[in-house]
Design a binder for this molecule. Sequence first.
Ligand SMILES: Cc1cc2nc3c(=O)[nH]c(=O)nc-3n(C[C@H](O)[C@H](O)[C@H](O)COP(=O)(O)OP(=O)(O)OC[C@H]3O[C@@H](n4cnc5c(N)ncnc54)[C@H](O)[C@@H]3O)c2cc1C
Length: 435
Amino acid sequence: MDQQEKIYDLIGIGIGPFNLSLAALLDEIDGVEPLFFEQKEGFDWHPGMLIEGTKMQVPFIADLVTMADPTNPYSFLNYISKNERMYQFYFLQRLDIPRREYNDYCQWVAKQLDSCQFGQRVTNIRHYKDNKELFEVEVTHMNSGEVEVYCTKHLVMGTGSVPVMPQSFRNASSEDVFHTADFLSNRDRCRKADSITVVGSGQSAAEAFRELLREQRDCGYQLDWITRSAGFESMEESKLSLEHFSPDYVNYFYQLPQHQKDEIFASQGLYYKGISNHTINDIYNLLYEYSVGREELNIGLQVLSEVKEIRPKVEGGYELECYHYQKGETFTHHSDLVIAATGYKPYVPDFVHHLEDFLEWDEKGRYKVTKDYRLVKTKETANEIYVHSGISHTHGVGSTNLGLSIHRNKVIINHLTGREVFPINEKNIFQSFNV
Ligand SMILES: Cc1cc2nc3c(=O)[nH]c(=O)nc-3n(C[C@H](O)[C@H](O)[C@H](O)COP(=O)(O)OP(=O)(O)OC[C@H]3O[C@@H](n4cnc5c(N)ncnc54)[C@H](O)[C@@H]3O)c2cc1C
């Protein structure tokens, strides 16, 4: 185990868009020495869902830096310019860039930042208060297994989320029953299947279904889509609803009592869990085209039905036990492949839970977070753990929204540096949430 002498100002755990944005903004600020670690070999944003034709759900202005500093060299427009695509982008006339392009842009930024280290996983953190107050961060190299220990004054957690696979789906082979997070790597397998079922009705479900639908007639598989929701509901995308993804709404939400926050957040699913209207339109248009001439469709869309269990069949394929909860009836459905569009959950590494004496937790076992994105500590110390992940219970529906990442990073940088590097506007939207 190698111990590094140097004391960093900030060590970041995970390099997704939130910490990458922080790294890019800090690169332009003198006097702060940060280091960020990512376990993957390079920056890669939800690679299993980088389907051609999918697009960002936020305008390109919500890139890694522009909303804090439009002159920053790591802006999306500078990426376009350096790639000599300015005229093509100009004629494209779109704010919602392709998802693949966002990933390529982030890779372009990550490659320029010396503070971003890849192929290294943070495996433990410890807080020391004795002589010097600091955190020791244990980092494991993914290829060699070699462990190094780094010291830092502060930490920032950007560990994002991980796919959720229901326990009842795990009796099946992971090659046949897989999460949408692995959709693209299973694409060829889908093409060869006789039947495929997508389970769930969020945006990822719809994108996988649309993609399979496009190839359905060439590949000839039976294609089904099953959801326990009452319908294939669209995401709430009106401009005034989008104002829920503003600093103003975060500020309003933050000061509510915890029980009220939990109730409100649970009721806001359609702000982020539904399907984009354009995706539903694409699917409907394809279904309509396919139905011309009253062709046999070999396509099923089933609502109000929960897939309770997936059982392997002796003759091959799987039996899905489903329950129609309004009719109170159970039925079975056969499929060779099942794609679980069953969402993601925040990922908080175990070593954070091991800091149980250092951090304050609520009665549901969630860490407490200050308004300016620091974990609440039990001890008096100048060392902070800033946090991007797992804060929906404290900061609300916009916690994973990329349009809010810059605001959060501005707040974090101002606190970290102890000065107003970035002014924070109090009023950013038309409506009022507070009285
Ligand atoms: C398919 C998909 C599309 C989305 N599209 C949009 C969109 O268009 N607009 C929008 O606003 N939101 C979108 N979201 C939601 C959200 O913006 C993303 O989930 C986003 O990736 C969150 O960024 P992040 O930086 O918090 O975490 P992540 O992108 O999840 O990155 C976290 C990183 O931390 C790494 N990590 C974890 N633990 C460790 C460790 N111990 N050591 C080292 N590295 C570690 C992981 O490998 C990972 O790379 C989308 C989500 C999905 C799933």
